[in-house]
Design a protein around this ligand. Structure first.
Ligand code: ADP
Ligand code: MG
Length: 245
């Protein structure tokens, strides 16, 4: 059974259909990347999936339950989803370790010792343990994003959503973050990641979903999607993103 199943999802903003019937599945232990031109609805899709915005029509089946129905426990759903954004939303007045343990203590109600132990494990996993006592302002962009990833991961979510996790970073820092997300991929962490970066997409996905104007128009592995695709919309997109680097 799929962890997430999206059926004919429609989202309308101001009378305009932004998502026009998205169909997609994500299985446990799998990682999918969503690509497509700016404005095609990728972020809107992620925001619908954790009910940050209400879908207009269609179904989202999460762990077997249709979460578009009334009476859904949104808090519970959000605990199942670790969200990482383009701009690392760390608390600036807390150290890296405190950023990671905050949710463990407040939401998971863990004792301080257990929370620190869990944070230590997760920080080591992404090579951030040595930076645990630093404040966000003392970190590079890549280190901040790694800390944001750890903070989400430490909550043991059923799935990680990442929305353009490398697009605010220079190539060197971006590579650091790709390495970390690739490690999660190899650990079979379930992920749904939006990116324009073909390098990231290739190294962290089982398959890539290509969206265009609010619908999924193709799903395939990187090698078959990136080069000389039959669909001119896909060919044009990858010509632009691959040529510019
Ligand atoms: N809250 C909103 N209100 C009105 N329009 C929105 C809102 N959020 C997104 N949109 C519009 O939906 C379209 C898709 O946006 P988005 O999902 O952010 O695209 P992507 O992430 O693929 O670049 C854009 O035209 C955007 O202006
Ligand atoms: Mg977006």
């Amino acid at each position: 059974m799929a962890l997430i199943e999206v059926k004919n999802l429609i989202k309308n903003f101001d009378g305009k259909n932004i998502l026009r019937g998205v169909n997609m599945e994500l299985h446990e232990g799998r990682s999918k990347v969503v690509m497509g031109p700016s404005g095609c609805g990728k972020t809107t899709l992620l925001r619908c999936l954790n009910l940050l915005i209400a879908p207009t029509a269609g179904q989202i089946i999460f762990k077997g339950n249709d979460i578009t129905r009334p009476g859904v426990d949104i808090r519970r759903l959000r605990q199942d989803i670790g969200f990482v954004f383009q701009h690392f939303a760390l608390y600036s007045h807390l150290t890296v370790e405190e950023n990671v343990t905050l949710g463990l203590r407040k939401i998971k109600k863990m004792k301080k010792k257990d929370a620190v132990e869990k944070a230590t494990y997760e920080l080591e996993r992404v090579g951030m343990f040595d930076h645990r006592n630093k404040y966000p302002a003392q970190l590079s962009g890549g280190q901040k994003q790694r800390a944001a990833i750890v903070r989400a991961l430490a909550m043991d979510p059923a799935v990680m959503f990442l929305d353009e996790p490398t697009s605010a970073l220079d190539p060197q820092m971006s590579r650091e973050v790709v390495t970390v997300i690739n490690k999660l991929y190899l650990d079979n962490i379930t992920m749904l990641c939006v990116t324009h970066d073909p390098f990231l997409a290739k190294y962290i996905s089982d398959s890539i979903v290509f969206m265009h104007e609010g619908v999924v128009v193709a799903e395939d592995i990187a090698e078959r999607l990136f080069y000389d695709h039959d669909d001119p919309r896909i060919r044009q997109f990858f010509l632009s993103v691959i040529d510019h680097r």
